[in-house]
Design a protein around this ligand. Structure first.
Ligand SMILES: [Zn+2]
Ligand SMILES: [Zn+2]
Length: 174
């Protein structure tokens, strides 16, 4: 007797991409979906190993590539703040911009209507069909701005004491 298949069983799975989710893909996808953060491949590898100690690095890297190609995760470089590192995040999240501090590397996410508006304007302007949009903004967070201002003040005051009235005392020589 054939077992009844629950129609909801695959409701969550991205069947549309026609990708069979093997165990390692499911582990990685779950990790990326659940963590609200932007993790690099190496961190994901260590987290995945906690779930399945048999996973090796090559499989994890290859799986990440497949997930990206299947449109299930986004690969970000976050302004190369930490070198050539790439980060992964779920595509189930609402579109957002990444706001990256170039000093401490902190990453904030900006969600909001302006992004959708920009998307619509670009589509209208070029008659373009946008599939993927990535917005990155680099700068200094409020903490780092304070630190930088202080550093600048210190640097300025280190130079300042050399204030001497020049030519105030001219030694007369005969
Ligand atoms: Zn900062
Ligand atoms: Zn993000």
């Amino acid at each position: 007797m054939p077992r009844a298949v629950k129609p909801e069983a695959t409701a969550d799975a991205p069947a549309s991409v026609g990708m069979r989710l093997t165990r390692q893909r499911q582990i990685l996808l779950d990790l990326i979906d659940k963590t609200g953060r932007h993790l690099d491949a190496e961190s994901l590898y260590h987290l995945a190993r906690e779930k399945d100690p048999k996973l090796n690095r090559v499989t994890v890297y290859r799986t990440l590539k497949l997930l990206k190609e299947g449109g299930l995760v986004d690969e970000l470089d976050l302004m190369h703040q930490a070198g050539e590192q790439h980060y992964y995040e779920t595509r189930r999240k609402q579109e957002h911009a990444h706001v990256i501090c170039l000093s401490c590397g902190k990453v904030e996410e900006f969600f909001g209507e302006p992004l959708q508006k920009l998307r619509r304007q670009i589509e209208l302007h070029f008659g373009f069909q946008i599939v993927l949009a990535r917005t990155e903004v680099g700068g200094y967070c409020s903490h780092c701005q304070t630190m930088r201002a202080r550093e600048m003040e210190e640097a300025a005051s280190a130079v300042a004491p050399v204030k001497r009235a020049p030519a105030a005392r001219v030694r007369r020589q005969r």
